[in-house]
Design a protein around this ligand. Structure first.
Ligand code: SF4
Length: 270
């Protein structure tokens, strides 16, 4: 039985070269943690990334990179340097990103210098909705969904394995989940991971400072992403091995149904 949770479901270790992210997602876990542990002064600081002190990268691990910033034109050369250093240490890399085609195409160009990069690197694109208005509210300065899908197609065409993270699921109703899955598969995703927004109220309280904006976000917390509704939502997905569930979803469904019947790989356990 796979009992891994959180980042461990995807990778052994995580790595970053910066703290802070211009995408400004209201639900950002990394921002909430940075604020909670006083690594940043507040949201304004988060939106202007600062370079981390150089540190050692892991060795012989699957590394999720980045988790506290994104891949952008501003940091692409440092991203490439870090990628080379991690590959040299025997790692494989899971890029997790909301980037559009411009930085990703440049990254793909530079990755050609590394032998076996296609075997050692996977791209996971964070695509949480197909609804542009929903995206603009929750991920105000992140690249447009269409751009992320284009970037995913480019990485796929360049011969890299690509997959999707839909965590948190930002679906207004159940009808949105199947078109999302189908669109991701059409764009080349080998897996689509579904997760819901954990500790939503606490994260919003931490990440948003002005009361009006905070109230609006709380108001828009979508009913389908609560633990109680998540099982019903997932019933709209096909029984397909490319549907993958985050630990939060598995726990929520198994609690609701009071049966330990769901596993990470889509539907019920055999
Ligand atoms: S892209 Fe990731 S790191 Fe950046 S703000 Fe959004 S959730 Fe946070």
């Amino acid at each position: 039985m796979n009992t891994k949770t959180g980042v461990a479901q995807w990778a052994d270790k995580s790595a970053n070269i910066q703290t802070g992210c211009r995408n400004g997602c209201l639900y950002c876990y990394a921002q909430a943690m940075a604020q909670r542990f006083k690594r940043i002064a507040g949201r304004e600081t988060w939106l202007y990334p600062s370079l981390n002190k150089p540190g050692k990268f892991p060795r012989d691990s699957r590394v999720m990179f980045p988790t506290t910033h994104d891949i952008t034109l501003d940091n692409i050369h440092r991203i490439v340097d870090a990628t080379g250093a991690m590959l040299d240490r025997g790692n494989t890399i899971l890029f997790v990103t909301k980037a559009g085609p411009t930085p990703i195409d440049l990254l793909l160009y530079y990755l050609d210098q590394f032998p076996h990069s296609r075997k050692s690197i996977e791209f996971r694109f964070s695509i949480t909705t197909l609804n542009y208005k929903t995206q603009r509210f929750w991920e105000p300065d992140a690249p447009h969904i269409i751009d992320r899908i284009e970037a995913m197609k480019d990485a796929n065409c360049a011969g890299f394995r690509v997959s999707v993270s839909c965590e948190p699921m930002l679906f207004k109703d159940e009808a949105e989940i199947l078109p999302h899955f189908q669109a991701m598969i059409l764009a080349g995703a080998s897996e689509v991971w579904y997760g819901y927004l954990k500790n939503a109220r606490a994260r919003i309280a931490q990440n948003i400072q002005d009361q009006w904006h905070k109230d609006l976000a709380l108001d828009r917390l979508l009913c389908v992403i609560t633990p109680a509704n998540v099982g019903r939502l997932l019933r709209h997905l096909p029984l397909d091995p490319r549907v993958m569930l985050k630990d939060s979803v598995i726990t929520a469904i198994n609690k609701t149904t009071k049966r330990n019947q769901y596993s990470a790989k889509g539907g019920p356990r055999k």
